[in-house]
Ligand binder design. Sequence first.
Ligand SMILES: C[S@@+](CC[C@H](N)C(=O)[O-])C[C@H]1O[C@@H](n2cnc3c(N)ncnc32)[C@H](O)[C@@H]1O
Length: 294
Amino acid sequence: MKNPGIRIVVLLILQALWLETSHSEGPASPKINEELSKQEAIYQSTGEQVPEGYTIDRSLSVYAEGLSSDFDRTLANLGPKDRWLDIGAGRGQAILDYYTPDYDLTYPEGQERRGEKAQAVAMSIEDRRTPHWRQSVVSLGGKQIQYLFNKRLRDYSLEELGEFQLITDVIGGFSYTENLSRFVEKVLGFLELNGVFYTVLQDVHSEAGTNPPFYKDSPFLTEIANADGAEVKVCSWLKSINCVEVTCELKTHWNPPVEAYRIRKTCNDVTVPALVRIDYEAGTPPQRRYQLSD
Ligand SMILES: C[S@@+](CC[C@H](N)C(=O)[O-])C[C@H]1O[C@@H](n2cnc3c(N)ncnc32)[C@H](O)[C@@H]1O
């Protein structure tokens, strides 16, 4: 280009286009790729390297405090033929707590029906099994508890995992995934008809819209907008999924507060309105922005 004026204009346009793509959806975006590798480093962190906010050992009672109020009862009502999947299980402490004699003392009502208790599957990207987990596998025997790792939820097929009556996710894949709509689609695919998915999100605009973002001058941790840029609450998006019944419950005693979601599968023709990832910043959990796709 001989004309320096035109050359500068072309360079400015190219720079603007590059900036635009680096902030948008797609594997070619250098910014997103950098954030995804930072996130991978958090998953693979061990010992001193595990960031302070990356909690991997929540007990079953902490699960019950954070999840919708009837989670307790749903778990206690599972029988020996039922299956429970905990996505993003960390060390699997909640599952280990379910098999203790203390659990039966706390929930004596369902004990007879529970019998040998449901089969439980813990899923984590990284292997966080402890000696306690390994001992429990031996003492419980068979396939009563299983720990799956090295893959994300999206990498499993229905043939491999089978169906579950109960699926939980406490600050696991639902809070960490970069593709929220595909994640929910997969979860519902593993849920039996009338099965329930219990999960939470921290620092999210609640259904009633009464809470501000937890950190001053920061956005909520997970945000969705429609094609015009207007806010779509996570609760409303979940309620727009076909074949589910959803309740959303704000729990302000968590720090930051969480919104607890109870999602029951009511028929098999599930359709999840697709979300496009607009932004993803690594963290514990990451900050994510999505837009409803046309
Ligand atoms: C902060 S830990 C939470 C552990 C546990 N739920 C607790 O509360 O102690 C996050 C967990 O989610 C897992 N995780 C994140 N994204 C996931 C995905 N897409 N599929 C499966 N596990 C995932 C991580 O590997 C890790 O086990």
